[in-house]
Design a protein around this ligand. Structure first.
Ligand code: ATP
Length: 368
C-alpha cells in the first residue's frame, strides 16, 4: 500500500486581525478590519491622514486597545496582552532613541532588558551596527548623529532582539528625500536578510509601491483594497484607490447599449471592463496619464479624441500635458516622455489627437 503523506502543516499567519473596530468617543476610527499577514511578508498600511492606519498599527502593538475584534500573532491570541508580551520591534517617525545612552547601548537595550549574556549582546550590537553601516559611531550619543543615522540606529535597536514582527510607523517621513531613498533600500535589505514579518505605516504611495509585498489601502477607517503594488496600481478597486495610488484621470460617460461600450460626449469608447452596466447609466471612465497614446502612437487607433493642450509642465523625465476636450472643459492629464514630446512639435494651444486604450480604461460607477 502506498503511504499517504499528510499535507505539510501550513504555518499560521504572522499576524491575523479579525473584526477589529475602534472608536474614540463617538468617532469611529476603525470599522471591522480583517487582515492576515503571512510570515516574512512586508505589508504597508497606506492611506491619507486620519484614515486610521496608525491606530491599527498601535492595536497590533498593544499600545491601543480595540473595542472589538481579535489580534493573533503566529496563531496566539494576543488581543488582551500588554506590548511587552507581544514579541515585536517598533520604529517611530521620531526616532525615540534614549538620549543619555550611547549608540551601542541603544542598540543593545532590548537584549539588556532580557538579561542576555554580555558577550551575546556585544556580538549582536556589532553585527547590527555593521549592517546599518554605523560601527564607527558606536560610542556616540544620539544628539551627535544626523536624522538618517538616528533612524538607522532605531532600526538596529528594534531588530536586535530578533523579534517575530517589525512595526514601522512612518519611519522615513521626518527625513529629507535623498536619505529617505537610501533608507528605503536599507530597510528592505534588512527585512529580507532577517526574513522578519514587517508592517509599515505610510501615507506616501511611492514608498508603499517601492517597498511592500502587499499594500493595504485604507480610507475613513476601512480597508478599501489589499493587493500587491502591481494589483493596486493596475486594478484599483475603487475611485479612491485609483486616485490615491498614482495619478488618474476620470471622465464622466454613459453606459452604451452594447456591453463594453460607453459614450463620452459624442464619441463611442470601447473598454475591456466586464462590469455589468445598465445601458444609459452614468459612469466614470478612468485612465492613467501615462497610458494615453498621443501623436503618431494614437494614429489609426480606436477611442480617439482630439484635444487641445492647455498647459505644459516639464517634469524632467516626462512632460505632463493638461488637455481640454473640444468643449473647452479641462479633461485630462497626459504624461509623455520628454523626448517624445519634443518629437511631437506641440506647444500650449496646439491641437493634440490621442487615443484611450480600451485595455487601460477602467470603469467605475459614477463617483458621488
Ligand atoms: P496620520 O497619517 O495623520 O497619522 P492616521 O491614518 O495614522 O493619520 P490615526 O492616527 O490612526 O490616523 O487616527 C485616525 C483617527 O482617529 C483620526 O481622525 C484621529 O484624529 C483619531 N484619533 C487617533 N487617536 C486618537 C485619540 N487618542 N483620541 C481621539 N481621537 C484619536
Amino acid at each position: 500500500m502506498t503511504p499517504v503523506s499528510a499535507p505539510a502543516p501550513s504555518r499560521p499567519a504572522a499576524v491575523a486581525l479579525l473584526g477589529i473596530a475602534k472608536k474614540f468617543g463617538q468617532f469611529v476610527a476603525l470599522r471591522d478590519i480583517d487582515l492576515t499577514v503571512a510570515p516574512g511578508e512586508f505589508v504597508c498600511f497606506l492611506g491619507p491622514s486620519g484614515c486610521g492606519k496608525t491606530t491599527l498599527l498601535r492595536i497590533i502593538a498593544g499600545l491601543e486597545r480595540q473595542n472589538a475584534g481579535q489580534v493573533t500573532m503566529a496563531g496566539r491570541d494576543v488581543s488582551g496582552l500588554p506590548p511587552s508580551l507581544r514579541n515585536y520591534g517598533i520604529v517611530f517617525q521620531s526616532y525615540a532613541l534614549f538620549p543619555n545612552l550611547t549608540v551601542a547601548r541603544n542598540v543593545g537595550y532590548g537584549l539588556e532588558t532580557r538579561r542576555r549574556p554580555r558577550a551575546e549582546i556585544d556580538r549582536r550590537v556589532d553585527e547590527l551596527l555593521t549592517l546599518v553601516g554605523l560601527s564607527a559611531h558606536k560610542a556616540k550619543y544620539p544628539a551627535q548623529l544626523s536624522g538618517g543615522e538616528q533612524q538607522r540606529i532605531a532600526l538596529a535597536r528594534a531588530l536586535a532582539p530578533s523579534p517575530a514582527l517589525l512595526l514601522l510607523d512612518e519611519p522615513l517621513s521626518a527625513l529629507d528625500a535623498r536619505v529617505r531613498q537610501s533608507l528605503r533600500h536599507e530597510i528592505c535589505a534588512l527585512q529580507r536578510r532577517f526574513g522578519v514579518t514587517t508592517i509599515m505605516v505610510t501615507h506616501d504611495q511611492e514608498e508603499a509601491l517601492a517597498m511592500a509585498d502587499r499594500i493595504v489601502v485604507m480610507n475613513h477607517g476601512v480597508v478599501e483594497q489589499v493587493g500587491t503594488p502591481m494589483e493596486v496600481y493596475t486594478r484599483p478597486r475603487s475611485p479612491f484607490v485609483a486616485r490615491f495610488v498614482g495619478q488618474m484621470n476620470f471622465l464622466e460617460a454613459i453606459a452604451g447599449d452594447r456591453a463594453g461600450w460607453a459614450r463620452l460626449g459624442t464619441v463611442e469608447m470601447r473598454h475591456d471592463a466586464t462590469e455589468a452596466l445598465v445601458a444609459g447609466t452614468r459612469l466614470t471612465l478612468a485612465i492613467r496619464p501615462e497610458e494615453i497614446l498621443v501623436g503618431p502612437a494614437a494614429e489609426g487607433r480606436e477611442n480617439r479624441l482630439v484635444t487641445r493642450i492647455r498647459a505644459v509642465q516639464f517634469l524632467g523625465p516626462f512632460t505632463r500635458l493638461s488637455l481640454t476636450l473640444p468643449d473647452g472643459a479641462p479633461a485630462l492629464e497626459c504624461d509623455v516622455a520628454a523626448t517624445a514630446f519634443a518629437a511631437l512639435g506641440a506647444a500650449e494651444g496646439s491641437e493634440l489627437a490621442l487615443a484611450l486604450r480600451a485595455d487601460a480604461l477602467r470603469v467605475f460607477p459614477l463617483a458621488g
